[in-house]
Design a protein around this ligand. Sequence first.
Ligand code: DGY
Length: 318
Amino acid sequence: MMPKVVAAKPLRDEVKTYLKEHVQLLEWEEGNKEDYYAKLAEADGLLTTGGEPITPELLDRAPALKVVSNISVGYNNFDIAAMKARNIIGTNTPGVLDDTVADLIFALMLSAARRVPELDRYVRDGRWHAGDGLNLFGLDVHHRKLGIIGMGRIGEAVARRGKLGFGMDVIYHNRSRSGLAEEQLGAVYKPLNELLQEADFIVLMTPLTPETRGMLGAAEFALMKQTAVFVNASRGQTIDEQALVDALEQRKLYAAGLDVFELEPLPAGHPLTKLDNVVLLPHIGSATEATRLDMAMLAAGNLIDALYGKEPRNIVNE
Ligand code: DGY
């Protein structure tokens, strides 16, 4: 008998075909949570995404579960202790999304600095008049100082773009030093407060852990330059969101670009949606057709390996 697998979200056909060569895919009626839980009750494996909390309550509904495979590099949705207590393996998808997320981070940096969405609205609304000038100006990205907090693989891909593509000086803060960023890109390690004071562009890319939760609050935003642009593509809970709203409202910061939020989806009418100096995206860092397919295939492979007793490439809770 093939092991049974449930997917928390709809999958592309290629991924389903691959899975079905190795496992019995228990499909459920979209939108019908009861059907999902009924299938989960029988499942040996769960294929899920970073937005789905893997809580003790959920695990209690899945007594046969041996592996939870995330289609995301972040795995802060896992209750690691609860999974360990039940001998459930957790896996993620590092490596295949680095360049795609780094591209999106640059899209946020450029659009916040050059006010792209704001000025797009300006043109669409018929507010563009001959003689406009000063009111349309933004900030340069090229040759400015790029500060990266969290120099993992994605941070390195951001540093590469900054240094080689935009001639930026790169400074970074991380738990450990990045030989690659220092040797190949001339990146300079800085204590956090110095980075916040010096950088023109501050990119937050740390995973969400107990240590990084709320790491940037009012005191940290106050250290940033008034002309700084802040980009968060990690997790919303790494910052104090209200403190960021205050800094943007009071123009203590030039602008921000956000792909992640404390509460996702961001509620309609949220204070951030009232501000012109912030660019908001619905958590799409890795969301290109090609990369999401690579991630789903990698996650499916991790799941199949675990179910067949082979060590998956990307275990996160050993
Ligand atoms: C990731 O892979 O962690 C991205 O943020 C998508 O969840």
